[in-house]
Design a protein around this ligand. Structure first.
Ligand code: FAD
Length: 468
């Protein structure tokens, strides 16, 4: 065998797995079909979307908040091409970082499409049609996912687009229709709403970000309406979308069964992502994919039915998140050398990078009710936070759910300023099985947004919040 491990795909799952394998002394190769490393996350996902969210937030603040701070600006305008170019520069810095890390860790890389010849032999087909084969004792499939398409809704990638094209628009839409009120749709909708587009979100479920704790979606919808004028059609089932010239028409069935029609100039289809296993040659080694979602089935060790062939990240069950993929990459690398790593899937935080940000970890109230768990709640509103008042970010709240008998924290849900960063405190606390009282007794610096976590914990502990 030429390699101890061959990793197919260089997204956050694949590149992290490869680096950890190399750190552990395994001779490692990575195969990536694109010319840059980093997968969806670095090239068309997490990083570029956050770059545009940051740029658009600066503009929105300059246009709408600076005045209240006593700062006057005139002739404010957006140069969308420059904004997109900055985003591209951020991508390049990040993908170049992976090239550097591969070199530093002596991970060998190959450009091309990797496919199984047999369980130890991978054929690499390059862009020019030539191919070569490499062999490895273990193979990690980390081929990620691609946007899900609705069978009745043709995506022309010009006017009816996916998140990938939405990260590269050359003009600001006048009216952007977003199909799907999940994380990706709301983040990209926020970008353009802040830049001045009218944004309409059409969502099949009764609320946006429906998989998160119910209170979060309600508050987010209220704030996005108020702050950037987004409009929401929840409980609406999209029935079709067509584009003609510069006009896109989206039709949907409302909760009364009536068909409504929305006209815009762009439509983003953001209804989820499907595992990507095309051209992998899985049939050559007897691996089948699940009917729904096309995911590869793995056991608790993330090993497929073929010994020595593992799969991680978006291509397997669980949340489609970069940090989950990374942790699985490390898990498999350490398992291969005989270590006993562990991932607590209950403690993988979920974040929405709108403003205010939304972040969550552990069980939702809905899940606890369904499971019949007795719990208590403590909430604290940012309206009562001195730090939030200073920055004029008073929308949102922190909610802590604790076991009614033991006081152990079992869920933390927040919407507010810097919630994406603050959720780490909850994850650490829950990893160490903290009680609400433990968090309430920890000294939090003043004034910080994190004091809202302490106050919510005090509220959950016999209603002892000080500033509520
Ligand atoms: P991917 O990142 O999809 O990487 C898979 C790689 O495998 C790709 O580079 C692909 O080209 C390659 N590949 C596929 N088949 C082959 C083959 N046969 N041979 C060789 N190479 C192959 N997650 C977060 O946690 N936080 C966020 O803020 C966030 N924002 C997002 C925003 C958007 C717009 C999108 C679309 C996604 C976002 N995600 C976010 C999700 C995140 O990008 C994914 O969960 C993550 O990239 C999954 O990592 P992965 O390694 O499993 O797969």
């Amino acid at each position: 065998m030429q390699y101890d491990v061959i990793v197919i795909g260089s997204g956050p799952g694949g590149y992290v797995a490869a680096i950890r394998c190399a750190q552990l002394g395994l001779k490692t190769a990575v195969i990536e079909k694109y010319n840059t490393f980093g997968g969806t996350c670095l090239n068309v996902g997490c990083i570029p979307s956050k770059a545009l969210l940051d740029s658009s937030e600066h503009y929105h603040n300059a246009a709408h908040s600076f005045e209240a701070h006593g700062i006057s600006l005139s002739n404010l305008k957006v140069d969308i091409k420059k904004m997109i170019a900055r985003k591209d520069d951020v991508i390049n810095q990040n993908t170049a970082g992976i090239t550097y890390l591969f070199k530093k860790n002596k991970v060998e890389s190959f450009q091309g499409i990797g496919s199984f010849v047999d369980k130890n032999t991978i054929k690499i087909t390059k862009d020019d049609g030539t191919s070569e084969q490499i062999t490895g004792k273990n193979v990690i499939i980390a081929t990620g996912s691609k946007p899900t398409y609705l069978p009745f809704l043709p995506v022309d990638k010009k006017r009816i687009i996916t998140s990938t094209e939405a990260l590269n628009l050359t003009e600001i839409p006048k009216h952007l229709i977003v199909i799907g009120g999940g994380v990706i749709g709301l983040e990209l909708g926020s970008v353009y709403a802040r830049l001045g587009s009218k944004v309409s979100v059409v969502e099949f479920a009764k609320s946006i970000i429906g998989t998160m704790d119910g209170g979060l979606g309600k508050e987010l919808q209220r704030v996005l309406k108020k702050s950037v004028g987004m409009e929401f059609y929840t409980g609406h089932k999209v029935t079709g979308a067509t584009s003609k010239g510069k006009t896109v028409t989206v039709t949907a069935e409302n909760p009364k069964g009536e068909i409504i029609s929305l006209e815009g100039d762009y439509c983003i289809v953001a209804v989820g992502r499907t595992a990507y296993t095309d051209n992998l040659g899985l049939e050559n080694i007897g691996i089948t994919v699940e009917e729904r979602g096309k995911k590869i089935t793995v056991n608790d060790h993330l090993e497929t039915i073929v010994p020595g062939v593992y799969a991680i990240g978006d291509v397997v069950k669980g949340a489609m998140l970069a940090h989950k993929a990374e942790d699985e990459g490390i898990f498999v690398a350490e398992s291969i050398v005989g270590q006993k790593p562990h991932i607590d899937y209950n403690l993988i935080p979920g974040v929405v990078y709108t403003w205010p940000e939304v972040a969550s970890v552990g069980k939702t109230e809905e899940q606890l009710k369904e499971a019949g768990v007795k719990y208590k709640t403590g909430s604290f509103s940012f309206k009562a936070s001195g730090r939030a008042k200073a920055s004029m970010d008073t929308d949102g709240f922190v909610k802590i759910l604790a076991d009614a008998e033991t006081d152990e924290v079992i869920g933390v849900h927040m919407i507010g300023p810097r919630a994406a960063d603050m959720i780490a405190e909850a994850v650490v606390a829950m990893e160490y099985r903290a009680s609400a009282e433990d968090i309430g007794r920890i000294c939090h610096a003043h004034p910080t947004y994190t004091e809202a976590i302490k106050e919510a914990a005090l509220a959950a502990t016999s209603n002892r919040a000080i500033h509520a």
